[in-house]
Design a binder for this molecule. Structure first.
Ligand code: G3P
Length: 218
């Protein structure tokens, strides 16, 4: 399973990349706004940190505007993945950009039927939002199960399921059990995945015993 980091905070991305935990990055207009930086600058810096796909989202809502923005964004670096919303204009832009060899992430997916449309439009990734479905009392992980099953039924569909809006470690574990190809994780959730109280307690005990020996390794 590939791990993407869902942030536009370059210091977080650098630290996680040093631990080998960054196969790509996703951003959205809200995350870029939170960074307080110009979009082109922050996307260029992120692309220099990781060679993996870096999603940069268009903000136009019409087909022509999305295409123009997508073509502009992909000039920033070869690993830019243009992110478009799951609308008719978004799917048309997806089809055109994919045909030119540009990676496209179709975002704001909330139903299996939408995911099927994204795959037919040639999306590299489709982003179903599990947390936001859970927020409205719908089973977000059920959507992942449905999409994974549908894509497996049709081997000519090459779109990867990119599980988004992950809020806690069990979202990741459940998505991995279902065989989703990619998860995009907020840095805080990656840190939650790391920690286990038995790891901390075990390490304390080993070091306490070690101190009693009076030895040092170096
Ligand atoms: O990648 C999309 C993701 O950032 C949305 O997450 O927590 O705002 O629903 P959230």
């Amino acid at each position: 399973m590939k791990f993407f980091v869902d942030t536009a905070d370059v210091s977080e991305i650098r630290a996680l990349a040093e631990a080998g935990l960054v196969d790509g990055v996703t951003t959205n207009p809200s995350l870029v706004a939170k960074s307080g930086r110009r979009m082109a600058d922050v996307i260029a810096e992120i692309c220099s940190i990781t060679p993996g796909p870096v999603s940069a989202e268009v903000t136009a809502t019409g087909h022509e505007g999305m295409l123009a923005e997508g073509r502009h964004l992909r000039e920033i670096a070869p690993n830019v993945c243009v992110k478009v919303p799951l609308t008719e204009a978004g799917l048309r832009a997806c089809r055109a950009l994919s045909a030119d060899g540009t990676m496209v992430n179709v975002t704001l997916c909330f139903s299996p039927a939408q995911a099927l449309l994204a795959a037919k439009a040639g999306a590299t990734f489709v982003s179903p939002f599990v947390g936001r479905l859970d927020d409205v009392g719908t089973d977000g992980m059920g959507l992942i199960a449905d999409i994974v099953q549908i894509y497996r039924n049709y081997s000519h569909l090459k779109t990867e399921v990119l599980v988004a809006s992950i809020r806690h470690p069990m979202h990741l574990v459940d998505a991995a059990k279902l065989g989703a190809g990619v998860a995009t994780l907020p840095p805080a959730v990656i840190r939650q995945l790391l920690h286990h109280p038995l790891t901390d307690r075990g390490l304390e005990a080993f070091l306490a015993d070690w101190r009693k020996t009076g030895q040092t390794i170096l």
